[in-house]
Design a protein around this ligand. Structure first.
Ligand code: HEM
Length: 371
């Protein structure tokens, strides 16, 4: 990036007039300034210089919110995706006939992993399931070999894949997230102001997410929204109910998503195809802006694994709540990419640690077996 800017300056046509001394200063300063402004990685990441301060601001805002809630109720909960519809045991099976481009990282070895899946609503409140909201699917694979990305959990044996039931997120980057979070924390007037100020892009996405109808979390498609590495490639991933599945959707109560998961798994299995999409057209598939969809027509998803959920009683209450999911529970071959994921590295780690400490619960990332 810095190189490109430098060469375009030096390639400017010469003029016969002698430039002022100030003009000579520009190319001398341009290099160091652009280095400070951004840093491009081979995976297309560009880190803005203000990002560490923005991340610290987001962490502080969310920590205060969790602490304030705890001070009122005596119990600390997730600041987002608070209401779970249950945690279910699953098996994640990597297919054995993948093309070399996809056969990287975890997908290089055809095998099965024990897994746990937490289904949730997006809100920080435990609200009625009939209220429009994002729906989350957080998948944790266990028994995954190799060093993990989080420094204090490097020996954990888990790889998480975290998804929501929409292809794009409604905030572009860390700096915009600070603005959004401050508006939300600033009361109704400021929140409404934020949504009006972002009417044609971010607000449209937020409304599209909110307006999706889901009556059984086992019957919804989910996307990673943000990219991550796939070995030498970059990918987004998605989970879609297997073709031919049928669903229990009888409950219409305020907890209908939990009821319908339980109703279904009382006697029937469920399954998802787990698919990845590679960044085949970098110009149209940004790493740093998760509000832009990677068009499926130009870069179709390919099935790489299958998630099987056998009939069972879904885990509810604290057994499900003490679990911690993070996109950074990952091996290097699946490192999360982009500013929103860099924010999430600090946020999920700090908030999960805080809520466990406040509740006096040990925070343990599972080993090879389901705990
Ligand atoms: C800067 C942006 C984001 C922030 C600040 C944020 C914040 C959070 C927080 C604080 C939690 C609770 C963590 C815990 O207490 O263990 C959470 C959970 C979650 N987030 Fe995000 N998030 C962001 C973006 C996203 C995106 C892009 C997705 C898309 C997949 C996502 C999906 C989820 C899901 C599914 C959960 C629930 C995980 C579980 O079941 O434990 N988040 N998020």
């Amino acid at each position: 990036m810095a190189q490109a800017n430098r060469s375009s300056l030096s390639g400017s046509p010469r003029t016969s007039r002698r430039p002022s001394r100030l003009v000579w200063l520009i190319p001398m300063l341009w290099g160091p300034l652009t280095c400070m402004a951004s840093e491009t990685s081979v995976d297309g990441e560009v880190v803005p210089p203000t990002e560490p301060a923005d991340i610290a601001a987001v962490v502080d805002l969310i920590k205060s919110s969790v602490q304030a809630d705890f001070d009122q109720t005596g119990h600390a909960v997730r600041d987002a995706h608070r209401k779970a519809h249950g945690c279910v045991q699953a098996t994640f099976t990597v297919l054995d006939t993948l093309p070399p481009k996809l056969s990287q990282g975890l997908f290089a070895t055809p095998r099965s992993y024990p897994a746990v899946v937490r289904f949730s609503n997006g809100s920080g409140q435990s609200q009625d399931d009939r209220t429009g909201d994002a729906r989350g699917m957080a998948v944790k694979l266990m028994g995954v070999p190799g060093k993990k990305l989080l420094e204090d959990e490097a020996s954990a044996q888990t790889q998480d894949f975290i998804m929501i039931n929409h292809p794009v997120f409604f905030v572009r980057n860390a700096s915009d997230y600070v603005g959004f979070q401050r508006a939300i924390d600033g009361g109704t007037l400021r929140s409404v102001g934020w949504f009006i100020g972002h009417l044609f892009h971010e607000t449209r996405i937020a409304l599209a997410i909110r307006n999706k109808e889901v009556s059984n979390p086992l019957n919804a498609r989910y996307w990673s929204m943000t990219p991550s590495k796939l070995g030498t490639e970059q990918m987004k991933f998605s989970a879609m109910p297997c073709v031919g599945s049928t669903f229990v959707e009888a409950s219409a109560s305020r907890d209908r998503l939990r009821d319908n998961v339980q109703g279904q798994l009382a006697s029937k299995a469920a399954c998802f195809d787990f698919m990845v999409q590679t960044r085949d057209r970098p110009g149209e598939m940004p790493i740093e802006d998760p509000t832009v969809e990677w068009d499926e027509k130009s870069a179709p998803f390919t099935k790489v694994a299958r998630i099987d959920i056998t009939p069972q009683t879904a885990e509810q209450g604290e057994a499900c709540e003490v679990r911690s999911f993070s996109p950074w529970h990952a091996v290097e071959a699946h490192r999360p990419l982009g500013g929103i994921s860099r924010v999430r590295k600090n946020v999920y780690q700090t908030i999960s640690t805080l809520r466990h400490r406040l509740n006096g619960q040990p925070r343990v990332e599972p080993g090879a077996k389901v705990e």
